[in-house]
Design a protein around this ligand. Structure first.
Ligand code: SAH
Length: 342
């Protein structure tokens, strides 16, 4: 059986033609699956019963449900624990910004990257998500908030560039104008720096925003908190970023978690300015969230502002990520971990 949500418009068309169905049905079926986001063939009322029954023999829907929802009392953030068909759970977050309704989605169940500050990786890696399971996170959130998602950040659990094909399929389907038609320009993919796949992504030439989890301006320090940095070294990472920039013309984002006393000194700020000098980029300073399992503490607001000023003085565009949903564990795997503990 084929999971129907995994098929791009072209793949669905090909598949339907193979079954002897006329091409025009592709548009109808794709619309049911990706716009009306139904969960069964019987809801496809513009198809005959005969066709619907035939489709059921070849395709099935991806089952995913909201198992738990937490709503912030401080802002409009909502955090979801989503249960997948095999009983695994992932987290997704809805964040309301002035510029639009944003969904933060997971790309894997767990994560094998082992970053010291991140809760997603504390219980190890289980499996990749399918494109359908990424789409479902968006569709479930839309149904829940009764509104359209306009922006997507792939910044939930998992390393998206270690689930490359499924993430690309997801991007193509969510962007399809016959489906949700979410602009690539409103999608951000965050990676800890899987270099070969940054090159691959650059060559796809999709106008998404690439965010690099940099977190330290020097190789030695970066390795201490991001184990993958031992393999994917800083100079090569920066070279891959430059390639991406040249190829796509898209401004890069560098994410930088501010960990008190570790990477937030003025000399860190100077090293970071040196590294990113004259690059078309934004630096996103992220006050690190406290994670129970790790022994790290956030930087003070004063230190963050001082750090930011060093960057601005060097002409580097830096913003501090506003914390949303802090009362509902809205960061990177915290909720899933608490849920698993119970
Ligand atoms: N694996 C990808 C995407 C998931 S992490 C990556 O590494 O980019 C998404 C973002 O959340 C990253 O920038 C990550 O470093 C950040 N993050 C993880 N743990 C955090 C914490 N405790 N506090 C603040 N940000 C965190």
């Amino acid at each position: 059986m084929i999971k129907i949500e995994n098929l791009s418009f072209e793949d669905l068309e090909k598949s339907l033609v193979e079954l002897g169905e006329p091409k025009f049905k592709t548009k109808q079926i794709f619309d049911w699956v990706h716009n009306k986001t139904v969960d069964s063939f019987d809801e496809m009322t513009n198809l005959s019963k005969l066709t619907r029954d035939k489709l059921k023999n070849y395709y099935e829907f991806t089952d995913a449900v909201i198992e738990l929802k937490l709503e912030s009392k401080l802002d409009e953030t909502k955090k979801y624990v989503i249960k997948l068909e095999d009983g695994n759970i992932v987290e997704s977050v809805y964040l309301k910004y002035k510029h639009g309704n944003t969904a933060c989605i997971s790309s894997q169940v767990g994560c094998k990257m082992g970053c010291t500050f991140c809760a997603s990786t504390k219980n190890g890696f289980i499996r990749n998500l399918t494109a359908a399971e990424m789409l479902k996170q968006i569709y479930l959130i839309q149904k829940d908030i009764k509104d359209k998602i306009s922006n997507i950040v792939i910044m939930g659990s998992g390393e998206p560039l270690n689930n490359y094909e499924n993430v690309i399929d997801f991007l193509k389907i969510i962007n399809d104008e016959k489906g949700q038609n979410i602009s690539m320009r409103k999608i951000t993919l965050s990676t800890c720096g899987i270099i070969p796949n940054i090159y691959r992504l650059a060559d796809e030439n999709l106008p998404i925003t690439l965010a690099i989890s940099l977190h330290a301006p020097l190789q030695k320090k970066r390795e201490e908190i991001i184990p993958a940095a031992k393999k994917y070294k800083l100079p090569e990472l920066i070279a891959a970023c430059d390639y991406y920039l040249n190829k796509t013309g898209r401004r890069l984002t560098f994410e930088y978690i501010m960990i008190g006393g570790f990477n937030d000194t003025l000399s860190d700020a100077k090293n970071l300015s040196e590294l990113l000098k004259n690059k078309l980029c934004n630096v996103n300073l992220i006050p690190c969230n406290y994670v129970e399992e790790s022994n790290i503490n956030p930087s003070t607001n004063i230190d963050i502002e001082k750090f930011k000023k060093v960057l601005s003085d060097q002409g580097i565009n830096a913003t501090v990520r506003r914390e949303l949903g802090s009362d509902i564990n809205a960061s990177c795997g915290q909720l899933r971990n608490n849920f698993l503990k119970k």
